[in-house]
Write a protein that binds this ligand. Structure first.
Ligand code: FES
Length: 171
């Protein structure tokens, strides 16, 4: 029978250097830690939400070196040297809301806010690549983001309003 105390066993860890929302960070993380937990627990960026922990719901979505990813299935150790943007990095509290967030706000699309990171990051990519999407394209872009309020109607409405503003011809 082993006499070792599992509580006292050393958990392998390493230093990470990364940029989060434009700010350089140097932190120590456990090798087994996922990025979502590191963002929330060590960097206190609690806008990154955790729903399913298996890559299904999208609440933990962040951008890593320009690509959106679900941070609950990304080992923190793999983002050494990367630039990470969380939902907090998508707006400046001292500035007016960006057009997409403003349109979602006006459409009452934020609802409880839990799924917001995934919807925002997905819609940013959509509107960047397809400035004037159809409703079907908006719905397609949101696949992989689960709204627990089941209020997709307002999210789609807000996304289409943001697209319309983005493509409006100035008078
Ligand atoms: Fe990451 Fe659901 S918590 S996808």
């Amino acid at each position: 029978m082993s006499t070792s105390d599992p509580e006292r066993e050393t958990v392998p860890s390493r230093h990470l250097d990364l940029t989060v929302n434009g700010r350089r960070e140097r932190i120590e993380v456990e090798d087994r830690a996922v990025l979502a937990d590191v963002l929330r627990d060590q960097l206190h960026l609690t806008g990154t939400h955790i729903g399913c922990r298996n890559g299904d719901c999208g609440a933990c979505t962040v951008e890593i070196d320009g690509r959106i990813q679900k941070s609950c299935i990304v080992l923190a150790a793999t983002v050494d040297g990367c630039a990470v943007t969380t939902v907090e990095g998508l707006a400046d509290p001292d500035e007016p809301l960006p057009a997409l967030q403003q349109a979602l706000w006006e459409a009452d699309a934020f609802q409880c806010g839990f799924c917001l990171p995934g919807h925002l990051f997905s819609l940013r990519v959509l509107l960047d690549e397809t400035p004037d999407p159809t409703e079907e394209e908006v719905r397609e872009a949101l696949v992989g983001n689960l709204c627990r309020c089941t209020g997709y109607v307002n999210i789609v409405k807000g996304a289409l309003a943001a697209a319309a503003r983005q493509t409006a011809v100035p008078q």
